[in-house]
Write a protein that binds this ligand. Structure first.
Ligand code: SAH
Ligand code: ZN
Ligand code: ZN
Ligand code: ZN
Ligand code: ZN
Length: 420
């Protein structure tokens, strides 16, 4: 389909053991954005294949990356020479948003595309949630304090922008960044060495082998310029598809190394909600979750707790040693000497679990019957034999999930639904 190779899914109906497998778009979970569909065992005729290829060609951006870059440099020249009226075309993603015209663009604005472009908030496909300045600055400070000199920014355009902007303004700032993102609008602002049109659900480089090579070159470390990958995927994204792509990026990093990294992994920050912890650890057992709450500008719910809003559930998962991830004391984080990591102010060390157990920043309480710490709002239910909200409806043995039959979740959150 236009987003590159499709993913193989399985459709299971209630009571059915084995579901039927089919291919669908990797990037668009909304059928209105891409309706590619094919049963795994379906025969596709030559004519249909040809029609499909034609369709894919027609659904690529109308300008190439190079053409966009040229236009951008012309614009920047113009904006320096004439402080007049300029026109930037917001071409939307490849998914044909209605075009919007902007005028009176300053040079400064051209350097901050994430502020200039409208975030694509289409929940199911792009879901662009931009870091709040505070969180973005924290990430960048952390990266530089840890001594990294190159950042592979996968779906983190605002971090990329902050790095680019510092690099152009401060002479002694030596960090470089390569942005990989599916939002082709960024090709209007960054050269082919700064941005690759990339799909992180199928590890697909739209720019083909040349773009692949750009990424490979970027990952190549010389003079001890170590690389870290930072990614902030759409939260509705399939964890196994993302993990598979990230493993391929990690493999690319490993291949570039001459002497070998002594069995190390490419350092990585995967930014994702805390309730995906077990899913992420399934694929990356070496990762741990940090307590730092990542805040967003355009996400009403995920803003900083202290502003009266709900606290953000978004965390940093990393394969770096947790004790090295220093969290800001002025925001209430403290170091737990036993756990050897920084934790939220409300996260108390539980003597029985021998760990700082809170996941959401609130103080959790230990339940001796469950033999673990649970959310403060939960109580032990003797019917269910576990802790739950006071006003929950007790699970009977036959009242499991509609899809998989297991207890503990509803059909909408069934883990088997997200299985590729
Ligand atoms: N907080 C980040 C933005 C995260 S929003 C920041 O401020 O920099 C998610 C990002 O992932 C968006 O930039 C979006 O364009 C990108 N994205 C969404 N689907 C993608 C896909 N399939 N492949 C690559 N990037 C994708
Ligand atoms: Zn602790
Ligand atoms: Zn406990
Ligand atoms: Zn309990
Ligand atoms: Zn109960």
């Amino acid at each position: 389909c236009p987003s590159g190779p499709a993913l193989l899914f399985v459709k299971t109906s209630q009571g059915e053991e084995e579901g039927r497998r089919f291919y669908a778009c990797s990037a668009c979970r909304d059928r209105r954005d891409c309706n590619f569909f094919q049963w795994e065992d379906e025969k596709v005729s030559e004519t249909r294949l040809a029609a499909r290829e034609e369709y894919n060609r027609n659904h690529q951006p109308s300008f190439t990356h190079r053409q966009n870059v040229e236009r951008y440099y012309n614009l920047r020249l113009l904006s320096i020479n004439i402080q007049d009226c300029l026109l930037v075309v917001d071409t939307g993603s490849s998914l044909c948003n209605p075009h919007q015209f902007l005028s009176d663009i300053s040079t400064a604005q051209l350097k901050s595309p994430s502020q200039l472009l409208h975030p694509l908030e289409n929940k199911k496909t792009n879901a662009q949630y931009l870091f709040a300045e505070r969180s973005c600055q924290f990430l960048l400070d952390l990266i530089t304090d840890l001594g990294f000199r190159r950042v592979l920014s996968v779906g983190t355009p605002r971090l990329h922008e902050m790095i680019q902007s510092k690099a152009s303004q401060e002479e002694d700032f030596r960090v470089r960044s390569l942005l990989l993102d599916i939002d082709f609008r960024y090709s209007q602002f960054y050269t082919e060495d700064e941005f690759c049109h990339y799909n992180m659900f199928n590890h697909y480089f739209f720019g083909g082998e040349a773009a692949h090579e750009t990424c490979r070159k970027f990952l190549y470390q010389d003079n001890g310029e170590s690389v870290i990958m930072v990614t902030d995927p759409p939260f509705g994204g399939l964890v196994e598809a993302l993990a598979s792509s990230f493993k391929k990026l990690m493999a690319m990093w490993k291949e570039t190394e001459k002497e070998g990294h002594n069995n190390q992994e490419m350092p990585m920050f995967w930014i994702f909600p805390y309730f995906f912890e077990s899913r992420i650890l399934e694929f990356f057992p070496s990762f741990s979750m940090m307590d730092y709450q990542v805040d967003y500008d355009n996400h009403a719910l995920y803003k900083h707790g202290k502003t009266g809003r709900r606290q953000s559930p978004v965390r940093i998962f990393t394969n770096l040693t947790p004790s090295k991830i220093v969290l800001p004391v002025e925001e209430g984080y403290r170091f737990c000497a036993v756990c050897q990591r920084y934790v939220s102010s409300g996260n108390q060390h539980c003597e029985i679990c021998n760990s700082c157990t809170s996941k959401d920043g609130r103080q959790w309480k230990h339940c001796v019957l469950c033999n673990k710490c649970v959310k403060p709002s939960w109580f032990h239910c003797n019917n269910c034999n576990c802790c739950a909200l006071q006003n929950h409806t007790c699970e009977k043995s036959d009242a499991g999930c509609f899809v998989c039959g297991k207890a503990g979740h509803k059909r909408s959150t069934c883990p088997s639904l997200s299985h590729t």
